[in-house]
Design a protein around this ligand. Sequence first.
Ligand SMILES: Nc1ncnc2c1ncn2[C@@H]1O[C@H](COP(=O)(O)OP(=O)(O)OP(=O)(O)O)[C@@H](O)[C@H]1O
Length: 393
Amino acid sequence: MELADYQRYGRQMILDGFGLEGQLKLQKSSVVVIGAGGLGCPALQYLASAGFGKIGIVDHDIVELSNLQRQVLHNEDTLGIPKAESAAIALRRINSRLNLDIVTEALTPQNALDILKPYSIVLDCTDNAPTRYLLSDTCVVLNLPLVSGAAQKFEGQLCVYNATPTTPCYRCLFPIPPAPETMGSCSETGILGAVTGVIGNLQALEAIKLATGLYQSGEKPTMLIFNALSPTLFRTVKLRSRKEDCIACGVEGKRVGSIKDTDYVQFCGGPAPDWIERGMVSGISGTRATAAELNEAIQKGQAVTVVDVRPRTEFGICALPGSMNVPIKELVADPSSHLPANGDVYVVCRLGNDSQIGADALRSVAGNGSTIKDVVGGLRAWSQKVDGKFPVY
Ligand SMILES: Nc1ncnc2c1ncn2[C@@H]1O[C@H](COP(=O)(O)OP(=O)(O)OP(=O)(O)O)[C@@H](O)[C@H]1O
């Protein structure tokens, strides 16, 4: 420790049970945060302030205006730059000597083992089921504790997986992935910024306890549930211990298969997370089209009908010229009366989820030979790939 560190970390070093020893343990520990968004930013802030020896930041996304309401390390000056870099800039303002390792690509089955291996603690600050299973499986293989956070609307959850030989992994609790329609992202369901702040801070706290030896798993593992609108705010749910027959961590043998060969998106059964969809710029064949492909069809003067399945209020905010609005509920209830008579049909929505359902419904009543496609990534992709002046809300 340098002389200035005694002053920097003095307030925590004088805590009973923490001491110089705790600080030195932190200095020797390394933590990696996957996702530098609503949970990752507050978590990183406290991890960096506490004095971890090495901090990894993994996020493939860039900073957008809609992030600033809760992703507190980013600001107007870092709009458009990778979140991992933006976070690093903010953290270096807290401590210029931080040892940061920045990865500006998504964690995938191909890179997860290599990225997580150098660390002693992992924080899941992401927002999609495939990454949660990928992180859990990788932490089981590497025998690393996984501090997992989740937040949506006014609610949040915190759980530490794989911390001791008896604590469960994510798959022990959720052997079957949640139904895709229950896994809306913050941009779909909404989120109060302070809620992610609460959970992200608690994730940092658990990581600091794990690193310094202050972590106690208790007799039974627990999950903390936070509800900002409940008078008591917090409650804990007792969890079962590690499942002996868990296909990832159970003693009866690991049957989950190699991480690199596992298709986590398919396993979760939902639409690919938007980071996969947004990477697809062209060449989606069959029943799907990119925003660029729709634009090309319009520019070429092809007979095209755009069916926008957003609610009427959202259609009133902004819409593609000439598009027709049929809210998804109405379309699904009676697809045949909304099937456009002519031309190729492109179904759009805000982010590209409801449009898949809408396109399926139209196809179920259309004749052979008709072309009905949903637009991957929805109007957000249109704004990002085709027309930067199209509003994103
Ligand atoms: N596989 C992954 N690898 C790395 N980062 C990931 C992965 N999956 C998700 N993330 C990141 O996790 C973060 C989740 O944070 P949050 O939900 O607050 O952000 P967001 O995706 O920007 O929100 P919004 O839904 O409003 O667009 C995002 O920055 C996202 O890029």
